[in-house]
Design a protein around this ligand. Sequence first.
Ligand SMILES: *Cc1c(COP(=O)(O)O)cnc(C)c1O
Length: 367
Amino acid sequence: MSIIYNFSAGPAVLPKEVLQQARDEMLNWHGSGMSVMEMSHRGEEFMSIAAKVESDLRELANIPDHYKILFLQGGASSQFAMVPMNLLRGKSSADYINTGQWSQKAIEEAKKYCAVNIAASAEDAHFTYVPALDEWKINPDTAYVHYTPNETIGGVEFNWVPDISQVMGGKADIPLVADMSSNILSRLLDVTPFGLIYAGAQKNIGPAGLVLVIVREDLLGKSIAGTPTMYHYKTHADHNSMYNTPPTYAIYIMGLVLTWLKQKGGLAAMEAINISKSKLLYDLIDSSDFYQCPVAKSDRSRMNIPFTLKNTALDNEFLKQAKARGLLQLKGHRSVGGMRASIYNAMPYEGVMTLVSFMKEFEKIYG
Ligand SMILES: *Cc1c(COP(=O)(O)O)cnc(C)c1O
């Protein structure tokens, strides 16, 4: 099989070493005679896998003990409801920053539970930038502030963590909530400014079916009346994510991904690689009139890079020739058009180099 590079936005590429190890351990994990898929989640073997995943994550991101790590299901989309259900804590409104399609989905769901104040929005410029912090209009009585650090579809990423107490003149204790589905573990992470972080696994940490939640302990146990047992964070926190059967195989693969990340030098090393990978592609786009990226330079995503061809009539030819070169899944989201290259942690540098040389050649012929 010739080399292919998969630029899918999600489910997305996994490190080849991880897939190879999963293959080698498929039928017989560490001499147990069982596949991880066949193990009881309460058995010694799987408990040891899950414990190591948690301790490796704590080590990689330096997560303090007063944050709980939860392994849930239902996708990041379920978190759009779980967040207000659990974090309203008697308040009647929540603040949201609207930077694109995933923000909007979170907002629409939250409206079922509370009044939503859009504290800042980039809708005026088709979601091509991040609104500056000094323009945020935070409601002093909000239950929390929710934002999307990386908009997977629009390719807009926060290169800073909002300091809410700064906006409020230094006095606020308002939990910050982040949907990190598409950039978690792609850069250094300090969880301490956050009340809660959630992320679907299928972009940067493993296979679909697993959602990671990192939540500050004091926020637990205050969910609204009628919250189903499975939608209480506390249910899962109290049972080490083993209240019911967790997505065991997805947790195992996430563990292999974390080991791989540690071998690569951890989050600082990964961030440096991601900076150089994305720069390679942005530099090409910016040096040509043939390709364009609509996103403001300071707010461009290192993970999802949308770009258009000046002549959109060439889109199909571009995709066809890219595919013939082993460059897959470059078609942009149906709502945006054009192309999108998702270059998560597991996309090797060579993959981006191959894409960039193909783009240069294509421009030479059709530009
Ligand atoms: C993919 C994605 C989601 C949705 O994830 P599901 O697991 O499909 O529910 C939510 N937010 C962001 C930022 C995403 O990239």
